[in-house]
Ligand binder design. Structure first.
Ligand SMILES: Cc1cc2nc3c(=O)[nH]c(=O)nc-3n(C[C@H](O)[C@H](O)[C@H](O)COP(=O)(O)OP(=O)(O)OC[C@H]3O[C@@H](n4cnc5c(N)ncnc54)[C@H](O)[C@@H]3O)c2cc1C
Ligand SMILES: *[C@@H]1O[C@H](CO)[C@@H](O)[C@H](O)[C@H]1NC(C)=O
Ligand SMILES: *[C@@H]1O[C@H](CO)[C@@H](O)[C@H](O)[C@H]1NC(C)=O
Ligand SMILES: *[C@@H]1O[C@H](CO)[C@@H](O)[C@H](O)[C@H]1NC(C)=O
Ligand SMILES: *[C@@H]1O[C@H](CO)[C@@H](O)[C@H](O)[C@H]1NC(C)=O
Ligand SMILES: *[C@@H]1O[C@H](CO)[C@@H](O)[C@H](O)[C@H]1NC(C)=O
Ligand SMILES: *[C@@H]1O[C@H](CO)[C@@H](O)[C@H](O)[C@H]1NC(C)=O
Ligand SMILES: *[C@@H]1O[C@H](CO)[C@@H](O)[C@H](O)[C@H]1NC(C)=O
Length: 603
C-alpha cells in the first residue's frame, strides 16, 4: 500500500531495539482478538492505547493512514502547520483532502447566516494533532473544579490531574540564543512536565516572528501583562503568555500523538490497523461490548476485545458510531431501524463549540510566513532549519491572552448575559486573543488578532443520516443561537478594535482595517458581520458528555464508562463535559493517562 522506504522516518533508534517497525502493523482482513480494542488512532486513542499496551495486547483501529506519507512534510515542519494545510479552510470552497481529513460539512445554523462550515478533523494516525496549531497549555483551576464537581469525582481537579499532565509530556525550556528575541518574556514552571520522559515534546519555538512581537505588545495594552507563572499553571485569566508548542526542539518537528504515544508501539504490545474503519461496536446478550466490526478498504472482518473496547473516534465520530451501534436517543435509532442496545438521550447532544472572529490589517513588519514565502530567502532559512532546527520554518506563532470583559464594556451587557457569564467559575475567562501573521501575494504581511468566546451558551448537536457508518454524521453547530453569545461577540470585536488602536499597533498598521472593515460600526452591523464570518477554533467538545448517572445528557461516568452497557469507554474530547476555556490537547493527553490508570487499577 505504501513504499517501505517511506516508512523509514518512523523508526527511532531506541525504539527499534525493542521491536522492528514492520511488526507494529496488523494483518488486515483477518479476525483477531486482543485484550483491548481502541477505535480511532488519534489524540486520545493513541495515548490510551500505548499505556494499556504496557500490560496487555491492544489493537488500534484507524480509518486514516500515515501523515508523513500522505501529507509530505506539511504536517511536520512547524511553519507549514500555519501556512501549508489548506484543507482546514472552513469555507464551502475548501480543497478536499480526504486522505488527511474527514471532509465534514457542518451547518452553522439560522443565527449564523445558515452557512455551511467545513469542519476539519484529522483522519490519519495522530488524528487532529497531525495538523493542529500545536499550542500547549492548561485551563484555569476553576474549570477543572467544575468538571470534578459535575461528576462528583475529585480526580478531575487541577491538582489531582497534575501527575497525569506531567506523565504525558517532556518540557524543554526556551533557547533564547536561537530565539534571538530578547523582547519575548517567558515565565513558566519548569516542573510542568515530568522528568521521566513523557511522550509529548513541549518546547518554545526556536525562532520568533518579528511581527508577532508587535501584536503581542498591542494585546498587552488591554491590561493583560505577561503571566508570572505561565499558562500551564492553572491561572490564565487577565494575562498574556508566550506559550510552548508541541514541537520536538531537537529537530523542530511536530510532536503529534503519532510521533509521541504512537511510536511507543515499538516498545509495547500494540498493533495498528491503518485505513481501517470501525463500522459497528458489537455487544453480547448481556450488553457487554465484545468487539468491533471493521472494514479495511471494503473488506469486512471482526476484531474482538477480551477485556474492553475504547472509543476514541473524536467529537463527531464517537457519538456517530455509538448511534449506529445502538446507543443513543431511542427515537433517532428507531427512525433508522437500528436495534436499541441502550436508550441514551445525551449521545450527540451538548456540543460546545467556542467560535472566533478576527480583525485584520496590513502591517509594515514582515511575518515569518512572509519571509518564508520569498524565494530569495529559501537557501538560508532551509539551511538554518535543517542544520540548527531554527529560523522561520521551526516556528508556529505562540502568543495567547485571556481576559474577562472589562467593566467599561461589561456595564453595557444585558442582565441575562451577565447572569449567564456569572454562572461560570470566577477564574474562567470570557475572551481569548490569538495573534497571527500571514503572507500576501505582493510580499506584504497581514496580521490578524482573533478573539474566541470562552463561555459559549449556544449548544449544537450531532445526528445520524443513516444506519450506515459510511454516511457522514449530520452536525448542527447552532452558533450564536443564544443572545448572550451574540452580545459577547459584539463586545469581542470592540475589544479587538481597542487592541488595534493601541500605540504599538499604530506603529505597524498600514491603511484601514481589512476586516471587519470601516463600514461595520453599529452593534447591529457588527453582529451581522460576525454571523457571516465567525469560524470555529476546532475545540468542539462534549457530545458524549461525562456526568453522573441520570444527569441530563450524561453519556459516560467519571471513569469514562458508557452508561447502560459494560466493556465500553469513550476517551476523546467528546467525553469532556464542556469545552474547556483552553486549547484542549494537553488536557486530553492527561485525561487519557488518567483513564488508562483507572483501567489498570480495575476501576
Ligand atoms: C485545525 C485545528 C487546530 C487546532 N489547534 C489546536 C491547538 O493549537 N492546541 C490544542 O490544544 N488543540 C488544538 N486543536 C484541537 C485538538 O487538536 C483536538 O481537540 C484533539 O486533537 C482531538 O482529539 P480526539 O482524540 O478527540 O480526536 P482526533 O485526534 O481527531 O482523533 C480521532 C481519530 O479517530 C479516527 N476515526 C474516526 N472515526 C473512526 C472510525 N469509525 N473507525 C476508525 N477510526 C476512526 C479518526 O480518523 C481520527 O484519527 C486544533 C484542532 C484543529 C482541527
Ligand atoms: C469473523 O468473525 C465473524 C463474526 O464473529 C464471523 O461471522 C466470520 O465468519 C469470521 N470469519 C472467519 C474467516 O472466521
Ligand atoms: C504495567 O507496565 C508498566 C510499564 O512496563 C509497569 O510500570 C506497571 O507496573 C505495569 N502494571 C501492571 C498493573 O502490571
Ligand atoms: C518540504 O518538502 C518540499 C518538497 O520536497 C521541499 O521543497 C521543502 O524544502 C521542504 N521543506 C522543508 C522546510 O524542509
Ligand atoms: C541553544 O542554541 C544554540 C545555538 O544554536 C546552541 O549552541 C545551544 O546548544 C542551544 N542550547 C541548548 C540548551 O540546547
Ligand atoms: C522584538 O525584537 C525583534 C528582534 O530584535 C524585533 O525584530 C522586533 O521588532 C521587536 N519587537 C518589538 C515590539 O519591539
Ligand atoms: C438588571 O439588574 C439590575 C440589578 O440587579 C436591576 O436594577 C435592573 O432593573 C435590571 N434590569 C432589567 C432590564 O431587568
Ligand atoms: C454503506 O454505504 C456505502 C457507501 O454509500 C456503501 O458502499 C455500502 O454498501 C453501504 N453498506 C451497507 C451495509 O448498506
Amino acid at each position: 500500500m505504501w513504499s517501505l522506504l517511506a516508512l523509514l522516518p518512523l523508526i527511532s533508534p531506541a525504539a527499534a531495539a525493542h521491536r522492528r517497525w514492520e511488526s507494529i502493523f496488523a494483518m488486515p482482513g483477518v479476525n483477531a482478538t486482543y485484550d483491548y480494542v481502541v477505535i480511532g488512532g488519534g489524540t486520545g486513542g493513541l495515548a490510551i492505547a500505548s499505556r494499556l499496551a504496557e500490560n496487555a495486547s491492544v489493537a488500534v483501529i484507524e480509518a486514516g493512514g500515515i501523515y508523513e506519507i500522505d501529507n509530505g512534510n506539511r504536517s511536520v515542519v512547524p511553519l507549514y502547520g500555519l501556512t501549508q494545510i489548506p484543507f482546514i479552510d472552513t469555507s464551502p470552497n475548501f480543497p478536499p483532502s480526504p486522505w488527511m481529513d474527514w471532509v465534514l460539512i457542518a451547518e452553522a445554523g439560522a443565527d449564523a447566516a445558515d452557512r455551511q462550515i467545513h469542519y476539519a478533523q484529522g483522519k490519519t494516525l495522530g488524528g487532529s494533532t497531525s495538523f493542529n496549531t500545536m499550542a500547549y497549555h492548561r485551563a484555569p483551576k476553576g474549570a477543572y473544579q467544575r468538571w470534578a464537581d459535575g461528576v462528583d469525582d475529585d480526580s478531575y481537579t487541577f491538582d489531582n490531574l497534575l501527575p497525569y499532565f506531567r506523565k504525558s509530556c517532556t518540557l524543554t525550556g526556551p533557547n533564547q540564543s536561537k530565539r534571538k528575541a530578547t523582547n519575548t518574556t517567558i515565565n513558566y514552571d519548569s516542573n510542568m512536565c515530568g522528568d521521566s520522559g513523557g511522550p509529548v515534546k513541549v518546547s518554545w519555538n526556536n525562532w520568533v516572528d518579528p511581527a508577532l512581537t508587535w501584536l503581542a505588545a498591542a494585546v498587552q495594552t488591554l491590561s493583560l501583562p505577561i503571566s508570572p507563572e505561565g499558562f500551564s499553571s492553572g491561572k490564565i485569566t487577565g494575562h498574556s503568555a508566550w506559550i510552548p508548542m508541541t514541537i520536538d526542539p531537537k529537530d523542530a518537528t511536530r510532536s503529534s500523538a503519532e510521533t509521541s504515544y504512537g511510536r511507543e508501539a515499538f516498545r509495547h504490545n500494540m498493533m495498528i490497523y491503518p485505513r481501517t474503519q470501525a463500522t459497528k461496536i458489537l455487544f453480547n446478550a448481556n450488553k457487554k461490548a465484545t468487539g468491533v466490526e471493521v472494514s479495511t478498504m471494503g473488506v469486512p472482518y471482526t476484531i474482538s476485545a477480551a477485556n474492553e473496547v475504547i472509543l476514541s473516534a473524536g467529537v463527531f465520530h464517537s457519538p456517530h458510531l455509538l448511534m449506529v451501534s445502538g446507543i443513543g436517543p431511542a427515537a433517532t435509532l428507531q427512525a433508522h431501524n437500528i436495534p436499541i442496545i441502550n436508550d441514551l438521550p445525551g449521545v450527540g447532544q451538548n456540543l460546545w463549540d467556542p467560535i472566533s472572529i478576527g480583525s485584520i490589517y496590513v502591517v509594515n513588519v514582515a511575518g515569518g510566513a512572509t519571509i518564508a514565502a520569498d524565494p530569495a530567502n529559501w537557501p538560508s532559512i532551509l539551511q538554518e532549519y535543517l542544520q540548527d532546527a531554527a529560523g522561520p520554518y521551526s516556528s508556529a506563532a505562540g502568543f495567547l491572552a485571556f481576559e474577562k470583559i472589562p467593566s467599561s464594556l461589561r456595564s453595557g451587557l444585558s442582565n441575562k448575559t451577565l447572569t449567564d457569564l456569572d454562572s461560570f467559575p470566577a477564574d474562567w475567562p470570557e475572551l481569548e486573543y490569538i495573534a497571527g501573521t500571514f503572507p500576501m501575494s505582493d510580499g506584504s504581511t497581514i496580521a490578524s488578532i482573533s478573539c474566541t468566546i470562552q463561555k459559549p451558551i449556544s449548544r449544537g448537536s450531532i445526528d445520524i443520516m443513516s444506519s450506515n457508518i459510511s454516511h457522514p454524521p449530520a452536525i448542527s453547530l447552532n452558533w450564536l443561537s443564544s443572545p448572550t453569545d451574540q452580545e459577547v461577540v459584539v463586545t469581542a470585536v470592540k475589544r479587538l478594535r481597542q487592541v488595534w488602536s493601541s500605540v504599538p499597533a499604530s506603529m505597524i498598521k498600514v491603511g484601514d482595517e481589512i476586516a471587519p472593515g470601516g463600514n461595520v460600526q453599529t452593534d447591529a452591523e457588527i453582529l451581522e458581520y460576525v454571523r457571516g464570518a465567525a469560524n470555529p477554533l476546532w475545540h468542539a467538545s462534549g457530545t458524549c458528555k461525562m456526568g453522573k448517572a441520570g444527569n441530563v445528557n450524561a453519556v459516560v461516568d467519571s471513569h469514562a464508562r458508557v452508561f447502560g452497557v459494560t466493556g465500553l469507554r469513550v476517551v476523546d474530547t467528546s467525553a469532556f463535559p464542556f469545552a474547556l476555556p483552553a486549547h484542549p490537547q494537553g488536557t486530553l493527553y492527561a485525561f487519557a493517562e488518567k483513564i488508562a490508570d483507572d483501567i489498570k487499577n480495575g476501576d
